[in-house]
Design a binder for this molecule. Structure first.
Ligand SMILES: Cc1ncc(COP(=O)(O)O)c(C=O)c1O
Length: 387
């Protein structure tokens, strides 16, 4: 089908979601996608922060095909070898204290279940999150989202949610108490414009949580699975080695097959009993094959080190571009701040066959490329920006 026909049908038969780019993606490989009209685009937005292993990585595709030939699905009502292997592998790359996994289907579900586990573990209801944070669009997660219009879209909100200021421990102390079940945060606030906090903030949060018996949750839906140049933000130097009690994951975890997860410490997991949590699809075999193969591909192709090279390359090359104010973020989660609105820049890059992302900050262009993107491709972006 030609693009115009595809667009007409989607616009007619689909409820509005995002403001779409005017291309129809037909196939992909590595950091490239090809459109229905046969044009090739460099994807520095990684299929919406999902395709960490690049588009249709051969190892992931083969694993999915082989699993589909065996059995597509059975739930957690039965045991499964591929689920056992995926859970073992995921826990093996996680910080030491996160020793078990709960699988679900998306980031918002991972956050809902994380908050539920914290409330169950502590017998408390209040959850502190942060202005600028985004945690998803289902009832509890959207109520925890103090970014822009989202809480308003989610009305009536779930009670018990309170906001503090990201990076400001005094503002957290002002609302934290022994009624608080959890403090949850994106360690780098991506949608807000790739906003960072200093490593000491994470140490202060850990100390506060330990003092008041609060469960610390890192929403690593974007920062997890190698994106910041570490398997996880949690436990890395970026967090001053702080390990939370729960890490939530989705996006990159299945290379595009929908899957989410909570990585859970023993302290929290010991309070979860049979039938407290559940999900029909979470932990299904096809998704588990994708998870295992994704983690193997990232490891085999040394993609985590590459994420670090991408950041360094961009930091070294953006200096000469006069309207660039700053580069925010780590690894392959980057925000280029300009001295004016990025809308026209985003559009111009697309006209030059480069896909990037915007953010809630009108001056920040977001890059979430595949972790395997080569530096010559990053240079293509730099060249177009220079022009
Ligand atoms: C940090 C963060 N948490 C949670 C979510 C929600 O994930 P999902 O869209 O898979 O429900 C997102 C999605 O963009 C996210 O960026």
């Amino acid at each position: 089908m030609k693009f115009t026909e595809i667009k007409e049908k989607e616009d007619q038969f689909q409820v509005e979601t995002y403001a779409k780019m005017n291309i129809a993606v037909e196939r992909g490989s590595g950091a490239w996608v090809w459109t229905s009209d046969g044009e090739k685009y460099l994807d520095l937005y990684g299929g919406h922060a999902v395709c960490a292993t690049g588009h249709s990585h051969p190892h992931v595709v083969k694993a999915i095909q082989q699993q589909a030939d065996k059995v597509l699905f059975y739930s957690n009502l039965v045991y499964s070898e591929i689920r056992a292997k995926a859970a073992e592998k995921l826990v093996s790359v996680a910080p030491d204290s996160l020793s078990t996994a709960f699988f679900c289907n998306s980031g918002t579900e991972a956050n809902e279940n994380a908050m539920r586990m914290a409330r169950m573990a502590m017998g408390r209801e209040k959850v502190i999150t942060f202005t600028g944070g985004f945690h998803g669009r289902t009832a509890d997660s959207i109520s925890a989202t103090f970014l822009g219009k989202y809480r308003a879209i989610g009305r009536p909100n779930v009670p018990g949610h309170v906001a503090a200021d990201f990076g400001d421990i005094d503002s957290v102390k002002a609302v934290a108490d022994r009624e608080t079940a959890a403090i949850m945060l994106e360690p780098i606030q991506s949608m807000a414009g790739v906003r960072e906090a200093s490593p000491v903030f994470f140490k202060q949060l850990r100390e506060l949580c330990d003092e008041l018996g609060i469960i610390l949750i890192f929403d690593e839906v974007q920062t997890g699975i190698g994106r910041t140049g570490n398997w996880f933000f949690s436990g890395s130097d970026l967090a001053d080695s702080v390990e939370p009690d729960i890490i939530t994951l989705a996006k990159s975890l299945g290379s595009g097959v929908p899957v989410g997860a909570c990585l859970v410490s023993e302290k929290v997991a010991k309070n979860i009993k049979v039938n407290d949590l559940g999900t029909t699809f979470g932990g299904g075999m096809l998704a588990m094959a994708a998870v295992l193969a994704t983690l193997e591909a990232i490891e085999n192709d040394t993609m985590i080190a590459n994420a670090g090279y991408v950041e360094k390359y961009l930091r070294d090359s953006l200096g000469g571009i006069s309207n660039v104010v700053a580069l925010h973020g780590k690894g392959c989660l980057l925000g280029i701040e300009f001295d004016g609105p990025v809308g026209p820049i985003h559009a111009k890059l697309l006209a030059n066959n480069i896909i990037t992302g915007t953010s809630s900050d009108p001056k920040v262009l977001r890059l979430l490329p595949p972790l395997c993107v080569e530096l010559d491709k990053i240079n293509m972006l730099v060249e177009v920006l220079s022009r």
